[in-house]
Write a protein that binds this ligand. Structure first.
Ligand SMILES: Cc1cc2nc3c(=O)[nH]c(=O)nc-3n(C[C@H](O)[C@H](O)[C@H](O)COP(=O)(O)OP(=O)(O)OC[C@H]3O[C@@H](n4cnc5c(N)ncnc54)[C@H](O)[C@@H]3O)c2cc1C
Length: 430
């Protein structure tokens, strides 16, 4: 094709795109440019992360306690609470939630989790509750601005981590009193025992394995719901993690998320051999994966930025260490991997919010990539800082400890690969 005919063809295409009457066609739909609301929220959360969270990070990591004063600060400015989550969720593109999480966790992941841990229970109530249950329980998960509370989502058990179907906690319906009686032990629950509202996954029919699971709200102060051992952790130490014991714990019938009628219908379908529409715990995990990935991204970015500045300042052999390609290329790769992970996170968040089908487990992809990038980048940051990186005088060792959980909770990296490989192959890969 000659140059002139190529130009003519291009002109023809432009004319067609503009429409027959010559008016310009609608602008391009695909954009990665954030809108003003998204930019404003990013700046707002970043300001809190920089001014309040970061300066407190070391102290609360050492204390290994829930940073209530910081949660209170977040509640006061409207960053912790039902309204904030509603505001993030209202963004129809789905991007505001990951953007806010990335910024907060850039400040510090332990404190970030102390603030965001409640949202896992909220997501379960939001995803599975009736409108009345949402109205009743979601505000109670957060408490009031001057007296904030936290909530816990309890699925894992000592013998049921990756294998959710092995859950042994049972819920039996007592028809005489219209109550559910819950018995079992939950493990590694974020905010377990210190939460006002606990959401517990229990089996109502063990034979049906995960298809016999249901989610229950345990209201504040319910007898028989007690904190077990508090877990001492490698990282994320400002976030409380503990076992939860459920001992003849009685909750009103109305605490079954979604209601009994819906549960009975679902169980009947499963017993008839029809496909169950949902599995209680898996639904919650699937919806929250890109948000969890965004938290990992925040840690990775914090470590990368710290290492970049350090590498420009630190002099060895009479020149900044970034003058060495091995250091500069590592930083280039860190930036590249973080940006690539963010694109996966944003894609999955957008797909989830706009109701696209996750044909290839894109939610799992985003969490897998971001978690592994966070572990790798924080480890590289320690290497770039050398001896200083290994000490508690510098923040990158804490970031590395915090990052590691992102290849474990909300589905380990192996489980994410399992989900992805099953999605792409249509086969029951084991
Ligand atoms: C800090 C922290 C906070 C947590 N918060 C919560 C919470 O709020 N609520 C909650 O319910 N849970 C929570 N958890 C639990 C967490 O979700 C589990 O630890 C996680 O799901 C992994 O389960 P597991 O620890 O039993 O590991 P296991 O399932 O025993 O896995 C051990 C190893 O075996 C691998 N493996 C297992 N099965 C397979 C397979 N089929 N194929 C290949 N590899 C496999 C895993 O990938 C992993 O590497 C938390 C855990 C921690 C540490």
């Amino acid at each position: 094709m000659s140059d002139t005919s190529a130009v003519a063809e291009a002109e023809q295409l432009v004319a067609e795109a503009a429409g027959s009457d010559g008016t310009p066609a609608e602008g391009p739909k695909f954009t990665l440019e954030l809108n003003q609301d998204q930019k404003d929220i990013r700046e707002w959360v970043h300001g809190f992360a920089e001014g309040v969270v970061r300066p407190a990070a070391e102290e609360w990591d050492e204390r290994e306690e829930t940073p209530w004063p910081v949660i209170q600060e977040a509640a006061k400015i409207g960053l912790y609470g039902f309204e904030a989550l509603g505001q993030f969720w209202a963004d129809e593109t789905g991007l505001t939630l990951p953007i806010a999480n990335e910024e907060l966790f850039w400040g510090d992941a332990g404190i970030g989790m102390a603030i965001m841990g409640t949202s896992l229970a909220v997501a379960a109530i939001f995803g599975q509750g009736t409108p009345e249950q949402m109205g009743e329980w979601i505000p109670q998960c957060f408490g009031a601005a001057d007296d904030p509370k936290v909530a816990a989502f309890c699925s894992s058990e000592p013998d049921a981590g990756s294998d959710v179907s092995a859950i042994r906690t049972t819920a039996k319906y007592d028809e005489a009193t219209d109550e559910w009686v819950i018995n079992g032990q939950k493990a590694w629950a974020t905010n377990g025992g210190i939460a006002d509202v606990h959401v517990v996954i229990a089996s109502v029919d063990r034979e049906l394995r995960s298809r016999g699971h249901a989610a229950f709200v345990i209201p504040p102060g319910t007898k028989g719901c007690e904190q077990g051992a508090k877990v001492k952790k490698h990282g994320l130490r400002a976030s409380h993690t503990a076992d939860v014991h459920l001992d003849d714990c009685r909750v009103p019938g109305s605490c079954l998320l979604g209601g009994k009628e819906k549960l009975d219908e679902r169980l009947a379908r499963v017993r008839e051999g029809k496909k169950a529409k949902s599995q209680a715990a898996m639904q919650t995990f699937e919806a929250s994966r890109p948000t969890v990935g965004a938290q990992a991204l925040g840690i990775a970015r914090a470590a990368y930025e710290y290492a970049l500045e350090y590498a420009k300042e630190r002099q060895q052999f009479g020149r900044p260490i970034i003058d060495n390609q091995s250091i500069a290329f590592t930083l280039a790769d860190m930036k590249l991997e973080i940006d690539a992970a963010r694109l996966l996170v944003w894609r999955a968040a957008w797909m989830g919010r706009t109701g696209q089908k996750f044909e290839n487990a894109e939610g799992s992809m985003s969490k897998l990539k971001a978690g592994e990038v966070a572990v790798w980048s924080t480890e590289r940051a320690i290497q770039i800082l050398g001896g200083n990186g290994y000490t508690r005088e510098f923040p990158v060792e804490r970031m590395h400890r915090d990052a590691k959980i992102y290849t474990i909770f909300e589905g380990t990296s192996e489980i994410q690969r399992l989900v992805i490989s099953r999605a792409i192959s249509g086969m029951q890969i084991r």
